[in-house]
Design a protein around this ligand. Structure first.
Ligand SMILES: C[S@@+](CC[C@H](N)C(=O)[O-])C[C@H]1O[C@@H](n2cnc3c(N)ncnc32)[C@H](O)[C@@H]1O
Length: 271
């Protein structure tokens, strides 16, 4: 089963949105990378609320998106209400696309392949609907590339490690829903694609221990959705107590640098 974002559609933009100037940098980078013209046909599986699509659509480009969450796409429709645009949305699964072969010049997949158990089929579908000259832009997920400013990297990663350890004590092992980045890159390489990595933007994310804990408490991360309620309610109490002991204060600053990394995939869609 893929992971629908229905449950967070109303808070997705507030919790995952890119700062405006970063969104503009990412958009410009995408348009430059694919040498976009008014003829360019874009496609995005798992389009969500349009975090990536909206600024491209607002610049007048033709864009098609699919998602298994109607609620996520509804947020996007609201944002475009009353404007003229060339966006088409389809309630469909990325593993079975409602498009003919070779329909698109550009496919963009951002933060989605880790959610799809049959991610190999989603990749095969992207390849099928791309034109032979098409470009695939792949961003696996959020990319923390630098350590937080005031503590060492080990301390920063400790919350996640401790969370998994607490869950294991309650007999729960979180499993990955879909692909890891390295597995996707391995498949693309094995299929003869040429890969180039581009950093579209870098910015700082401000966060204290307390704010990070709050995200766990509110089950904002999709990795929290599979945990049974009984386990979750006990584990979150333990994690809060551990953070208080380990950091001494929930006000400790965990701010860190983030980057938007795009893997540019070319020469992939030939049969
Ligand atoms: C983390 S969000 C990313 C949305 C958008 N790409 C972005 O970067 O903001 C993942 C989206 O993929 C959708 N999704 C998950 N599995 C899917 C599938 N098998 N087919 C289509 N959409 C899927 C979810 O409903 C959600 O809207």
């Amino acid at each position: 089963m893929s992971v629908s974002f229905d449950r967070v559609s109303d808070i997705y933009d507030a919790t995952r949105g890119l700062p405006l100037h970063i969104s503009e940098q990412v958009t410009q980078c995408i348009l430059d990378l694919v040498l976009a013209t008014s003829e360019t046909q874009f496609f995005e599986p798992g389009i969500g609320t349009g975090r990536i699509a909206l600024p491209i659509v607002q610049r007048g480009y033709a864009y098609a998106g699919v998602d298994i969450s109607e609620k996520m796409m509804m947020e996007l429709r609201h944002k475009l209400q009353g404007t003229s645009h060339r966006l088409s949305l389809f309630h469909a699964d990325a593993t079975s696309l409602p498009f003919a072969d070779h329909s698109f010049d550009v496919a963009i997949a951002v933060h989605i392949l880790h959610l799809i158990p049959n991610w190999q089929q989603a990749l095969a579908e992207i390849r099928r609907v791309l034109k032979p000259t098409g470009v695939f832009l792949y961003t696996h997920g959020s990319d923390r590339h630098a350590k937080p400013d005031q503590i060492d990297v080990d301390q920063y990663q400790s919350v996640g490690r401790q969370w998994r350890s607490i869950l294991a004590d309650y007999g729960f092992e979180p499993s990955d829903y879909g692909a890891s980045e390295s597995k996707v890159l391995g498949v693309l390489q094995a299929q003869g694609a040429k890969l180039e990595t581009v950093i579209a933007a870098q910015w700082r994310i401000e966060k204290t221990v307390g704010e990070l804990l709050d995200r766990y408490q509110q089950r904002m991360y999709s990795s929290c959705w599979q945990i049974p309620d009984k386990v979750f309610s006990k584990a979150i109490v333990d994690l809060t107590a551990w953070c208080q002991r380990y950091y001494g204060s929930l006000d400790i600053d965990l701010s860190h640098k983030n980057q938007f990394k795009i893997v540019v995939v070319k020469d992939w869609a030939f049969d």
